[in-house]
Design a binder for this molecule. Structure first.
Ligand code: IPE
Ligand code: IPE
Ligand code: MG
Ligand code: MG
Ligand code: MG
Length: 287
């Protein structure tokens, strides 16, 4: 399953920006080493690329290395996402030894540094926004997404919450961080109030993304995923696959993908084909 053509260009532009700008946020060098280890461990960069592509789709202009404001916002999103993965892998949460094809952060640097790397990445994201003079709507979107993601992780992880509704958990733990790139692009371009279809696309893509993650946990290999498969079943997680079975989860993924295509069609995005191809990638991905 191939990613859309423009993905490569946006990814390369983002990677160059990250390489140049990210390390300077972290002091002392031991913290820099641990944060950059996870940042450059080979993530797909779906969220930052979505942010850049949504910006292109709303403005009709092409991203370049000079598009510093939106590149900084995309970097801040990837910082928060990377923090969420480092903490998600901790022994007290999912206890995962591998991430992005490498030992997870706490395996490489110890638990104290992994916790602090996550703290630093989250905090640095807001430093980036402040230094970028991002509008208050961007701060609001980041704050709500980061806070809601933690609520989702609590429902996913901590016993006693008694949540039978995996869709609610998914919407919080994953949906909000996939909607954030769209909200950021909307806020930066001053189009926040007019584009419900774009926001709905982000939330629905997020739901689809977590369902395919659940399916891959059951069907994928370590080589494809870069993380240990079968963890959800062995940890008794309340995933879409646990509740609906594999076929039921695939049917739900089909209907979420159809909803994404609908929101793309009715949105004002100019690059509809990019988002249609990306939806198909997320739906049928193997990585
Ligand atoms: C994994 O996200 C965590 C989930 C929300 C399911 P990704 O699959 O986007 O992870 P990377 O960034 O490519 O490693
Ligand atoms: C992670 O969900 C959601 C986060 C907020 C990080 P998972 O626990 O299913 O993600 P993986 O499978 O470890 O990447
Ligand atoms: Mg988890
Ligand atoms: Mg996990
Ligand atoms: Mg998972």
């Amino acid at each position: 399953m191939k990613l859309p053509h423009r993905y490569d260009f946006l990814l390369e532009t983002f990677e160059n920006h990250l390489k140049t700008a990210a390390p300077a946020y972290f002091e002392p060098p031991s913290l820099r080493k641990a944060c950059t280890y996870s940042l450059f461990a080979g993530g797909k960069r779906i969220r930052p690329v979505l942010c850049l592509a949504c910006y292109e789709g709303l403005t009709g202009s092409e991203i370049s290395e000079k598009s510093v404001d939106i590149l900084n916002c995309a970097m801040a999103i990837e910082f928060i996402h990377t923090y969420s993965l480092i903490h998600d892998d901790l022994p007290a949460i999912d206890n995962d030894d591998f991430r992005r094809g490498k030992p997870s952060n706490h395996k490489a640097f110890g638990e104290a540094m992994a916790i602090l790397s996550g703290d630093a990445l989250l905090s640095a994201a807001f430093v980036i926004l402040a230094d970028t003079n991002a509008p208050i709507e961007v701060f609001r979107a980041f704050s709500y997404a980061a806070l809601g993601m933690v609520s989702g992780q609590v429902l996913d992880t901590c016993p006693g919450e008694n949540t039978a509704d995996f869709r609610h958990v998914n919407a919080l733990k994953t949906g909000l961080m996939l909607a954030l790139p769209f909200e950021t692009a909307l806020a930066i371009t001053g189009a926040m109030d007019e584009n419900q279809a774009v926001k709905n696309l982000g939330l629905t893509l997020g739901e689809l993304f977590q369902i395919t993650d659940d399916i891959l946990d059951c069907t994928g290999t370590y080589e494809e995923l870069g993380k240990t498969p079968g963890k959800d079943a062995s940890s008794d997680k309340l995933t879409s696959v646990a509740v609906l079975g594999l076929e039921g989860a695939k049917t739900l993924a089909d209907s979420l993908a159809a909803r994404c295509h609908h929101f793309i069609d009715v949105s004002i995005l100019e690059n509809k084909q990019f988002f249609a191809d990306l939806t198909t990638f997320i739906h049928h991905r193997k990585t």
